[in-house]
Design a protein around this ligand. Structure first.
Ligand code: HEM
Length: 133
């Protein structure tokens, strides 16, 4: 499978995970509706992210630089967040704000590592060149 294929799975995984995290708002309510579905979305999203993340890392042959380790730590925290939210140790709203902040960092790292973790002012040449053939 190509790195691009893994990338699509990665993005589907993060959409799925964050749909589940949005469902954290149901916790704390008297009979948390759809709690099972929230758990499934959260778990499936995490699985897709991890498998595709390692898939890309392997295909790109970049080993395990610090930014990947940071993403793995973020992955673990996002994974633990469901249990923490369920037990009421953090408010549902607090869990979502934490998840959004961590998700931002993970996405920023994934999108900017090629450019020294900054946002390029002009589009990188390789991506603006007209397609050949
Ligand atoms: C924790 C939640 C995570 C989020 C929200 C996230 C998000 C993202 C995003 C938005 C991208 C950019 C995709 C693009 O270029 O269009 C990306 C790239 C990437 N992610 Fe993640 N990621 C997460 C976890 C992980 C994990 C756990 C790994 C490794 C085990 C990983 C490895 C990678 C790699 C290698 C890329 C680079 C793709 C490239 O430059 O072609 N990510 N990630």
């Amino acid at each position: 499978m190509s790195p691009e294929f893994y990338k699509i799975i990665h993005v589907i995984g993060l959409i799925t995970l964050f749909t589940g995290i949005g469902g954290f708002l149901t916790y704390g309510a008297a009979n948390a509706p759809r709690a099972k579905m929230v758990g499934i979305l959260h778990g499936v999203g995490l699985l897709l992210l991890l498998v595709s993340g390692f898939g890309m890392t392997g295909k790109m042959g970049i080993g395990f630089p610090a930014w990947i380790i940071v993403k793995l730590v973020i992955f673990l925290i996002l994974g633990a967040l469901l249990a923490v939210a369920k037990r009421g140790r953090v408010s549902p709203r607090g869990a979502i704000v934490t998840a959004l902040a961590l998700g931002f960092v993970a996405a920023y790292l994934g999108l900017t590592w090629k450019y020294g973790f900054s946002i390029p002012k002009v589009a990188p040449a390789a991506e603006t060149a007209p397609a050949q053939g």
